[in-house]
Write a protein that binds this ligand. Structure first.
Ligand code: M6R
Length: 599
């Protein structure tokens, strides 16, 4: 149950467990959050057992009801139980065939079809691992499966294709989980699995085979954070804690990336330097907040490297006909490393001949494994569904990569790399200054609890920050929010402005080289003249905004390209506070899950 609680952020529509007790499999499942299952078990406890599987669900097939909750039983004797993440795309056909054979289904899920197939296979071969091996070939789609059978107590069998599964190796105990958080309280020694593998665990450890039956291997690694990092640490929710973690997230991501002479050294990029020098186009692929980090990075990467850089939503990338070839560097950004849309785009890019670098926060996850190289962010576990510290760490890692490419290729900006790294080194302290001065933002958020629409404006690197501010508010507080490039206002969106409309404006530094500061101040005047209530995020000492701002939130002076690492912080806190004031569950907003492992 502890493990499930730690994984609940991945899905929280329903929860269930199955355990082997004597000759039977016993299950308990409840719709709703894990707390419902905990309450049910407090009324009627389960028998003791040393072998169990458990699941928290984000519904795909069938509503989040008790019946559709996992585990699902298989076989007439109900001796087999199975849980599943992902989608079995051909489940309709499989289900129809099983019904034809006389099998009755209790749920509407694709998962129960697999439970029945596996039970039928077990009845033929009498061994859960072999039974699993025989059915995985019949399944289309992405899946992680875990199964137990009452005739094989002390054994759990797992299988994965394009969906996460890691193994935890304890002392006389073995675990599997969608991520290491499931077992981090018991062991920090983990095994990363490859695609298309089946793993059988007992108290003695794990045995891995490939789907074709040949022996397989896992990659052992030590998890560099402990159970305390996956706790709220005195904060009311994980999101507040993770916002507060941000100075560390940036500092840790910068750590060890330069040598004594101050030059960038990225040993982990196992791509030949000559190939990186030859790159003539960069394409960043990502979803949601990670895509906004990519949009910020585009400004910096193009500026430093002079290589054209596109940013594309991963789910759009592979459904058009992208111009990608062996000289294209694709950068896939993902906190979880498991986002299916991004994973599929990575695979597509590699088929087209591109080199792919993953920027990822999760060791042992699929996207880095499927990429040519990985640059890890070191933000620590991000548990709140809304991404915060990962965003800052992703921007930082993209900047490190951009500066490294600039250094490799020489030219004007190669010399600047060290200076930018020094500026980046000062950023954690500046983020802390922002965090320490946000009481007024919290007050504004509480005051705006009944607000129905909020707009966010920014320009240049402030534009993706505006998009991110709007996303945070939508996903957490369920308030209609939109982010715009301030220059776009007069091309339509200004029609939305009416008396009292709250608008956040991210103002560039008055010292920025592109001179956009004055233009954004003009935009503030234009919307104010039409009745907007302006909440302005501006650099310390910027007095030009004072006459036109209903509220001013100050951030420390910082170079233009680094400003997003500061200006986004008040927007995160605003969304978190407003959602809390509305009484909403900040860590687990409705309809969402942390890792979107389905397309
Ligand atoms: O794990 P990833 O970084 O690949 O996730 C991408 C998005 O699903 C994620 O950033 C999402 O948009 C967040 N809920 C935003 O707060």
């Amino acid at each position: 149950m502890e493990g499930l609680a730690r994984l609940e952020y991945r899905g929280y529509d329903s929860a269930g467990v199955a355990l082997i007790a004597g000759e039977h499999v016993v299950t308990a499942k409840r719709a709703g959050k894990l707390a419902n299952l905990v309450a049910a078990l407090a009324q009627e406890s389960l028998p003791e057992s040393g072998t169990a599987i458990g699941h928290t669900r984000w519904a795909t097939h069938g509503a989040p009801t008790d019946e559709n909750a996992h585990p699902h039983l298989g076989g007439e004797d109900g001796k087999l139980a199975l849980i599943h993440n992902g989608i079995i795309e051909n489940f309709h056909g499989l289900r129809a065939a099983l019904i034809e054979e006389g099998i009755h289904f209790q749920s509407e899920t694709d998962t129960e079809v697999v439970a029945q197939l596996l039970a039928r296979s077990y009845d033929k071969v009498g061994d859960l691992t072999e039974a699993m091996r025989q059915i995985v070939g019949e399944l289309k789609g992405a899946f992680t499966l875990l199964a137990v059978h009452a005739d094989q107590p002390g054994v759990v069998v797992g299988a994965r294709r394009n969906s996460p599964l890691v193994v935890g190796i304890g002392d006389g105990e073995t675990y599997m989980g969608s991520d290491v958080a499931a077992f981090i309280g018991y062991t920090r020694e983990a095994l990363e699995l490859a695609q298309d593998q089946i793993v059988t665990i007992t108290t003695a450890g794990a045995t891995i085979i490939n789907f074709d039956g040949t022996p397989g291997q896992g990659k052992a690694y030590h998890v560099d954070w402990d159970a305390a990092a996956a706790q709220k640490g005195g904060f009311p929710n994980f999101m507040a804690k993770e916002i507060n973690d941000q100075p560390h997230a940036v500092a840790d991501t910068l750590l060890g990336r330069t040598n004594e002479a101050g030059a960038l050294v990225l040993d982990e990029l196992r791509i030949d330097e000559a190939e990186l020098r030859a790159v003539d186009k960069i394409v960043i692929i990502a979803c949601g907040t990670a895509a906004y980090a990519g949009m910020v990075a585009k400004y910096a990467i193009e500026h430093w490297t002079r290589i054209p850089c596109e940013v594309e939503l991963a789910h759009e990338f592979r459904y058009r006909d992208p111009v990608v070839n062996a000289r294209t560097l694709v950068v896939a950004i993902s906190q979880s490393g498991e986002t299916m849309d991004t994973l599929m785009a990575v695979k597509h890019a590699r088929v087209l001949g591109a080199r792919v670098i993953a920027i990822c926060n999760t060791h042992g996850s699929t996207i880095p494994r499927e990429s040519d190289a990985a640059l890890y962010t070191h933000a620590g576990p991000e548990i709140a569904v809304a991404s915060t510290k990962a965003f800052l760490a992703q921007i930082t890692a993209c900047y490190i990569l951009g500066l490294y490419l600039a250094q490799l290729r020489g030219g004007t900006y190669a010399d600047e790399a060290q200076a930018v790294m020094r500026d980046l080194g000062e950023t954690p302290a500046k983020i802390q200054t922002v965090l320490d001065g946000l009481d007024r933002v919290r007050e504004i958020a509480r005051f705006m609890v009944d607000t129905r629409s909020v707009l966010f404006l920014g320009r240049h690197v402030g534009y993706p920050v505006a998009l991110e501010g709007a996303l945070k508010l939508k996903e957490l507080a369920y308030i209609h929010a939109e982010g715009f490039a301030a220059g776009e206002l007069k091309h339509g969106p200004i029609a939305l402005i009416e008396a009292g409309q709250p608008v956040f404006v991210i103002v560039p530094s008055p010292h920025s080289e592109h001179g956009l500061h004055d233009k954004v101040v003009s935009s503030i005047q234009e919307i104010r003249a039409r009745g907007a209530r302006t909440i302005v995020i501006a650099e310390e000492g910027d007095e030009d905004v004072v006459p036109f701002a209903d509220e001013i939130i100050r951030v420390p002076v910082t170079p233009t390209l680094l400003a997003p690492l500061l200006t986004v912080v008040p927007l995160q806190v605003f969304a978190c506070e407003l959602a809390s004031a509305k009484g909403l569950d900040v860590d687990q907003p409705r309809n969402l899950a942390k890792s979107v492992t389905v397309e």
